[in-house]
Design a protein around this ligand. Structure first.
Ligand code: S3P
Length: 431
């Protein structure tokens, strides 16, 4: 495990960055490409470790996938053309891979075993396992299927009408992917709208989907046709530069080709509410698979805010870096209704509060979020990513704004979603 000294006391950040492709869309493009008939060509694919785990799992299911840099060609096998894997499917650190693959494998007439790293081993799986069992899949695993390793034997499925107890796009997607293989119509209802990349992907591959408010339905036994997908940049990766530009004086950072799907843009709402200087210019070209545009952020005076309710799923992955933003704002920021943070790659309530406190921030963890009293400059110290890519990137940005030395343990976790992160960050640093 490495430790690096971070750049600190930076004067300003200036320049333009194109962040890598969206992680959620990259996973789904490979998965739907594999399930479609014909070839799917993906450009601006995210070559981060998580998405590479998805590619290797599908290769093990007999799907030919060629990758050159950020271009990927998937030779689709159709829903009936996957083959039984002879070895364990390793999902690495990726929750999206394991949960969506369970939905796919639920309808396949063979057996598979899935497992990942030590973080995956601690993440809850009954949220997907339970509804998939109701639909007809045989799933077992550690702690009766709540934890990996999981073993699944799929087969013929019946449709389900499912009201989700947690706001999770991974759960919604797993049920829809199973529903696409079931007899009849499957409906998923969510209390708060979560990211809708799966729904968009179904339409993009020529499938039928009906969306009625927070209720989504798919008919089973559909067929998909291969297509081309240009993946927009990941707003969850852009978020680190957006916050960095907002908190470091005299900064101006332009982020081009960032995905602007409204189910993902909660961070823009929060930054504007906090008084950040943010300009968004939507792209008029229809080339991307989803809406995209340019985001320009300049430093400004920030004030605290309250973040909760239906906004949470629209910015769940940005909450670590939003906490850092709040530490630089005047006044108090309250984050609530965000219990889901506890079951991410780490318990992000504990890792954010713990690590930022080490750098001198005033953060109190609560049962469903955090209370952050902002306004004082971060001092410095030794911090760790805890193996969580987003905690690592948030701390690297915290370092830029700190007055003293900062060392980061386990920075390599960042490669899960952003292999060129440090390169891009250094290119913006002035003085
Ligand atoms: C994701 C959904 C979210 C998010 C994760 C990616 C997806 O997880 O945190 O990074 O691609 O569907 P949950 O479904 O657990 O909320």
């Amino acid at each position: 495990m490495d430790t690096v000294s971070l750049q600190t006391k930076v004067k300003s950040l200036r320049g333009t960055i194109e962040v890598p492709g969206d992680k959620s869309i990259s996973h789904r493009a490979v998965m739907f490409g594999a399930l479609a008939e014909g070839t799917t060509t993906i450009s601006h694919f995210l070559p981060g470790e998580d998405c590479l785990s998805t590619i290797s799992c599908f290769r093990q299911l007999g799907v030919p996938i060629e990758r050159v840099g950020d271009s990927v060609k998937v030779t689709g096998r159709g829903f009936n053309g996957l083959s039984e894997p002879s070895e364990l499917l390793d999902v690495g650190n990726s929750g999206t891979t394991i949960r969506l693959m369970l939905g796919i494998l639920a309808g396949q007439p063979f057996h598979a075993v899935l497992a990942g790293d030590s973080s995956i081993a601690q993440r809850p799986m009954t949220r997907v396992v339970d509804p998939l069992r109701v639909m007809g899949a045989e799933i077992d695993g550690r702690k009766k299927g709540e934890r990996t390793p999981l073993s699944i034997r799929g087969g013929s499925l019946s449709s389900i009408n499912y009201e989700m107890p947690v706001a999770s796009a991974q759960v919604k997607s797993a049920i829809l992917l199973a529903g696409l293989q079931a007899e009849g119509v499957t409906t998923v209802k969510e209390a708060s709208k979560t990211r809708d990349h799966t729904e968009r992907m179904i339409a993009r591959f020529g499938g039928e989907i009906s969306v009625n408010g927070n209720e989504v339905s798919v008919r089973g036994k559909q067929r998909f046709t291969g297509t081309t997908i240009k993946v927009p940049g990941d707003i969850s990766s852009a978020a680190f530069f957006m916050v960095a530009a907002a908190i470091i004086p005299e900064s101006e950072v332009t982020l081009v080709n960032v995905g602007l799907n409204p189910t993902r843009t909660g961070i823009l709402d929060v930054m504007l509410a906090m008084g950040a200087d943010v300009t968004v210019v939507p792209d008029s070209s229809e080339e991307n698979a989803e809406p995209a545009g340019t985001i320009i952020v300049r430093s400004s005076q920030l004030k605290g805010t309250e973040i909760g309710g239906g906004l949470i799923p629209r910015l769940i992955d940005e909450l670590p870096v939003i906490s850092l933003l709040a530490a630089h704002a005047e006044g108090t920021t309250v984050i609530k209704d965000a219990q889901e943070l506890k079951v991410k790659e780490t318990n992000r309530i504990d890792t954010v509060a713990g690590e930022l406190s080490k750098l001198g921030a005033d953060i109190t963890p609560t049962d469903d979020g955090m209370i952050i009293n902002g306004g004082s400059r971060l001092t410095g110290g030794s911090v760790s990513s805890h193996g969580d890519h987003r905690i690592g990137m948030m701390l690297a940005v915290a370092g830029l704004a700190s007055a003293g030395e900062v060392t980061l343990e386990n920075p390599e976790a960042i490669a899960v979603s952003y292999p060129q992160f440090f390169e891009h960050l250094s290119s913006l640093v002035q003085g």
